[in-house]
Structure formats: C-alpha cells, structure tokens
Ligand binder design. Structure first.
Ligand SMILES: [Zn+2]
Length: 303
C-alpha cells in the first residue's frame, strides 16, 4: 500500500483510497502518457493523442470523456479574452508536518512545478457567451484535485465574490476527495464550503456545479452536491466511498453502472448529463435562469 502511494504522488487522499484502488490508479497512469498514442479507458481502442486533443479529450470511438486539465477547461467554457484569475497566490501550509515517505511540502512543490499553478482550485471572473460569471475549476491534475485548506478557502472566496458582484457561480469538479495530508483541516473544508454556498444562495445567488470524471469523497459530499443545478459529463465516476468498500459493507452485489453519471441521473442526484462539446452552450442557457444580475447581500451581523 505504501509503495503504491509512492508511485502515485498525485493521489493518496481519503476518497481515492476508498475508491476501487487498483483500477483507478491504472486509469490515472493511462491519462498521462508520453507517447503519441494512448488507450481509451472507455473502449480500449488506441487513440492518436493529437486527435484526442482536437476532440476536447473525448474518445472518437466511444465518446469517453477523459479528465481535462483545469486550464483547458477554462479555455473551453470562458469567452476568449474575458478571463481574470483571482486568489491565485494562496498556498498550502504543511501544518501537520505530514510525511508518507515523501514530505507533503515536497509533494506540493512538485505539483506546483508540474502544473504551473499554486493549488488545485483555479478561480476567476469571465463571461460565458457574454454572461458574466465567477468560475471555479477543481483541477484533478493537481494532487488528484484533493480538497485541503486552500481549495476550501478559494471556494468560499469564490462564493463571496459572486455574491459581492451579483454574478452566478459556476463550478467544475474533478477530485479524489479531502486531502489526507491536511488531516481534520481538510475535512473541515466540507462544512466551510457548504456554509459559504448556503450564504450565497440565501442572498439570491445562482450556482451550477458540473461533476466531471472522477468526482469522489469529501468533494462529492460537500460543495459539489449543493448547487441549484448539478450537471455531469457522460460516464463520469461520481461517488463518496468506492464501490468495493460499499459492496463489502452492505454485502450485496452493486447494480451495473453504479456511481456513473447516467446511474445518478436516473436516481435524481444529477439534473442533466452534458457532453463536453455542448457544455458552453448549455451553461449559457442555464445562466439565463439566474434570478438577475443584482443580488441582495445581507449586511454582516452586528457584534
Ligand atoms: Zn473510447
């Protein structure tokens, strides 16, 4: 187990550990190939990497939606020239001096160097077909999109900013869950993000969350599931604990397609499944349902 973790420096948080481990890790490795060709996770066909990139990282044969790096997501949904990043300089602190063979501080440093961003959440202002929004994208390529103090703080700041500016809040998630390297502080972000969103919603704010492959653990169980509208990309794995943990706990065989977006749509946890190619147009349409540009933000409570 310890060796497996060392081989997968981007993982290791609570959600991922519970989630069908070997299968999941194998998939992640396939997502960061070095060659010109890669194998589709959905149908197993070999895909020319350039073709995959031209198709917004969806499989030409089966439409499997590969995990999209955060910056590419922003390019796909935000109007060109309208993006202004906010809160990009907030960095994580290794409060627990956490070491699982590789010190946490060192892991962060590596993720920063690889991704050229300081944390897993990218937040900013932009427009979607001319409609102003606050956008928050949880990037799976940065430490498995795990939620620690900085991700939680940036979600809360994004909700506050959206309230202050009277803009809808659009979020994309891709995450292994809470970041175990930050212990209980990472779990506290579940309550913090939900509180910030509740305050924003009470003030009349309109929010949309798009769950992408994979969204698991404490992220699914907190801010990703409390927005006005919950969308998902086709085939996305969405859940809290992994299927093997659940199957062994309830001692029952799980139904086919369990924890996939289509299954959750049928059960009512997801409002709609939207293909990546149609995401921007769909978001624009849904944003027109927002109550209006001006929100009444309540005054701060008197001391
Ligand atoms: Zn495929």
């Amino acid at each position: 187990m310890a060796d497996e973790k060392q081989n997968n420096p981007g993982e290791g948080d609570a959600g991922l550990d519970k989630l069908g481990e070997s299968r999941f890790r194998l998939r992640k490795k396939k997502e960061v190939p070095t060659g010109l060709w890669l194998k589709c996770e959905g149908c197993g066909q070999m895909i020319y990497r350039k073709e995959l990139e031209e198709r917004m990282r969806t499989c030409p044969a089966c439409e499997f939606h590969f995990t999209l790096p955060g910056r590419e997501r922003i390019v796909l949904v935000i109007d060109e020239g309208s993006w202004q990043e906010h809160f990009q300089d907030i960095v994580s602190i290794d409060r627990l001096d956490f070491d699982e063979g590789i010190p946490y501080a060192q892991k962060i440093q590596r993720a920063v160097e690889r991704s050229k961003q300081k944390e897993a959440l990218i937040c900013g202002l932009g427009t979607i077909h001319g409609r102003p929004v606050v956008l928050a994208v949880l990037d799976f390529t940065f430490m498995g999109g795990s939620m620690g103090e900085v991700v939680g703080e940036k979600i809360a700041l994004a909700a506050e900013l959206a309230g202050k500016l009277g803009r809808p809040l659009v979020m994309f998630t891709g995450s292994g869950g809470a970041r175990m390297h930050e212990g209980i502080l990472s779990l506290m972000q579940m309550a913090k993000t939900c509180a910030a969103l509740a305050q924003y919603q009470e003030a009349g704010g309109f929010s949309i969350c798009v769950l992408t492959h994979p969204t698991t653990g404490g992220v699914t169980a907190s801010f990703a599931s409390v927005c006005d509208i919950t969308l998902a990309e086709p085939g996305a794995l969405i859940g809290f604990a992994g299927p093997r943990v659940i199957a062994s706990t309830i001692k029952q065989e799980l139904p086919p397609g369990f924890q996939r977006a289509e299954f959750l749509l049928e059960k009512g946890q997801v409002d709609r499944i939207v293909r990546r190619a149609e995401m921007k147009d769909t978001l624009a349409k849904l944003l027109d349902y927002a109550r209006g540009p001006v929100l009444e933000v309540p005054p701060a409570p008197a001391n």
